[in-house]
Design a protein around this ligand. Sequence first.
Ligand SMILES: [Zn+2]
Ligand SMILES: [Zn+2]
Length: 535
Amino acid sequence: MHFKEVKTPLNYNEIEQNILKFWEENNIFQKSIDERPEDKQFIFYEGPPTANGRPGIHHVISRTIKDFVCRYKTMQGYRVNRKAGWDTHGLPVEIEVEKELGFETKDQIEKFGVEKFNQKCKDSVFKYLKEWNELTRRMGYWVDLENPYITYENDYIETVWWLLAQLWKKDLLYQGFKILPYCPRCETALSSHEVSLGYKDVTERSVTVKFKLKDKENSFILAWTTTPWTLPGNVALAIGAEITYVEIVQGNKGVDEHYFLAEDRLVIIKGDYKVIGKFKGKEIAGWEYEPLFSFINLSDPEHKAYYVAEADFVTTEDGTGVVHTAVMYGEDDYKLGTKIGLPAKHTVDEHGKFNNLVEKWEGRHVKDIETETEIITYLYENNRLYSKEKYTHSYPHCWRCDSPILYYAKKSWYVKTTQLKDKLIENNREINWFPKEVGSGRFGTWLENNVDWAISRSRYWGTPLNIWKCEKCGHSLAVESIEQLKELSGAENVEDLHKPYIDNLHLKCPECSGKMNRTPEVIDCWFDSGAMPYA
Ligand SMILES: [Zn+2]
Ligand SMILES: [Zn+2]
């Protein structure tokens, strides 16, 4: 066999172009598939990129790895079909269109019209298709670009619906809350990017509060907070199981009072005191205390409140080593509440005002200085205030309107991934990770700390969540196909499954014949791309 003479110096570009030309002219990619037996398949799924952004060098890296695995398997005699795909939904697409239109709020989208907005999103998703195809070709990445799957197409959405309906039937899809950074003036949740735009140093009042223990005279657990407005929502005190706590005695207006706090935080105690006891956190877990405000009691028969609970997020870096827990206004708080079944009730409405559970301050803005002063005065007058201080910290403000952001529990749909956690961890052990640490480390840790997947988004351009609820009897169902949608809605033709069209389809309730409306959310676009093996 004769080899072609190699010219020096080497021109790599020319060599590569010649190889590409040879592959194309001789249909080598297709041959590498066709010539291998159909009963010896190696399955490869292309994780789809988004074509509304330019391809970057990081795409070359990941695609190189995908490519050489497939080529290696091909060389071992496997038939390796490689279907390309495009991820076309979600916030990144919406943000690009918003920028183009000069929009900053959801209000502007609504006024512009969801129909027109979504059309623009759809038009924009293949903006850089040419660049993507050229990059794919030039880097020698073999993938079938002729028949890609596209996540916005009706039959793709139908597959996603079918999957969601299976979760629904298994009781793995439910509505709960998610803690989001929220602007009460704009009445909208902010993305993490938006939050990062609005940090400002502010001086606020922090308070160390006395939670009076039940069945123990003149005894209090001390907890510190920078957000007095969350105190009416208090339902538990979180402590660290292995943290050392002390009981101290200190005189207060002629009475000996007992206080409990972390040993490492004794620095916050003002004046003389005597330590009379030491405990591990787990020893005081379960202790009960009285609600802070005599006019609020958030516990109910199914959800006990006002007790000391172990939590892994408690530190002794600041405060008292005891964390005041208001389930609806903090992420750690909410997770703890879900885990141990604390009551999940709002004391603040979506305008940032106290609701009717907080009778005394109902209708008042929680962040108003006067409201805050009244709360602190109440604590003082009822012997629930240990100390108050000015406290300067960096706090996020709404980048649009400058209001302080509240961390606020908003309704959200969840997939109950925690129910399958053991199985996920078990399966992860079977995976042959390279390097090993990725599987046991980053990915393993993520699985160990798995929380239910908040799957809904209050947005426009995405796979609409396929759940309809009856106005009359409250019955809900998940539609699993276009066929079923037609049947239940009486519509003869369903051309586009996106918003706003889908929201105009009302179903007839199978229980009471009442009118059923779709829940307005769309879903996280990661569910779309993850659904690809089923599409
Ligand atoms: Zn705002
Ligand atoms: Zn009904």
